[in-house]
Design a binder for this molecule. Structure first.
Ligand SMILES: [Zn+2]
Length: 211
């Protein structure tokens, strides 16, 4: 399930489940298709494009390899906590961060660089909310994602996080509708096909389709 959205005037590129909360979108830069596990954050330019798609690129300059490593570490930490919360049984979705305490420490470390403080701005006579980072922009952009993670993982008033258990899928989604069981209609179709296969051909599963 992808959308094509031009970001920052650059070429359009697809992102998985763009309607999910920001931290889920970061987690879902790991996804899978018939060829196996894919990583949408493979190069610094990928992070630049992802930040733009998430509305977090304002003021972020050139992204380095170290920046990319930090974003990937945050992603892995979030996936580790998500696996705990959702009792995720999928081996293919396992996070590179094995230790839950290390994952929590990583998220807290990133969150400690506070998200941008909301300020008032008067533009063309209108009062607007201005969250332009006061310091270095990339750490504050990642801190925004970490803060979103803390909210998603702890606020029981929000719809729950779920692992998509369709065959081959490694994505997470927020169950924003009581009847939503899969990350996408494609996964729902594949899960139903798998059930049909199991009934008629025990031991066989259909292959995952690209999201
Ligand atoms: Zn899925």
């Amino acid at each position: 399930m992808v959308s094509r959205t031009a970001a920052g005037g650059g070429p359009a590129r697809p992102w998985v489940l763009p309607g999910e909360p920001t931290v889920v979108r970061l987690m879902n830069t790991i996804w899978a298709d018939r060829a196996g596990i894919r990583d949408d954050l493979s190069a610094p330019a990928d992070l630049t494009a992802w930040l733009a798609s998430a509305g977090l690129a304002h003021g972020v300059g050139r992204v380095t390899g170290d920046d990319l490593d930090r974003a990937r570490q945050l992603r892995d930490a979030c996936r580790r906590v998500a696996a705990r919360i959702t009792a995720d049984p999928r081996p293919a979705a396992a996070s590179a961060t094995a230790d839950l305490h290390a994952a929590i420490a990583e998220i807290n470390s990133v969150a400690a660089c506070s998200p941008p403080i909301a300020r008032l701005a008067l533009r063309d006579g209108d009062l607007q909310r201005d969250t332009t980072p006061l310091g270095h922009a990339l750490p504050t952009a990642l801190a925004t994602v970490a803060a979103d993670a803390v909210g998603l993982f702890t606020d029981h008033a929000r719809p729950p996080l779920r692992a998509c258990l369709a065959p081959g899928c490694v994505l997470y989604f927020v169950k924003d509708h009581p009847r939503r069981e899969w990350c996408s209609a494609a996964c729902g179709n594949r899960a139903r096909a798998a059930r049909h296969y199991r009934r008629h051909r025990p031991g066989a599963d259909p292959q995952p389709d690209p999201h």
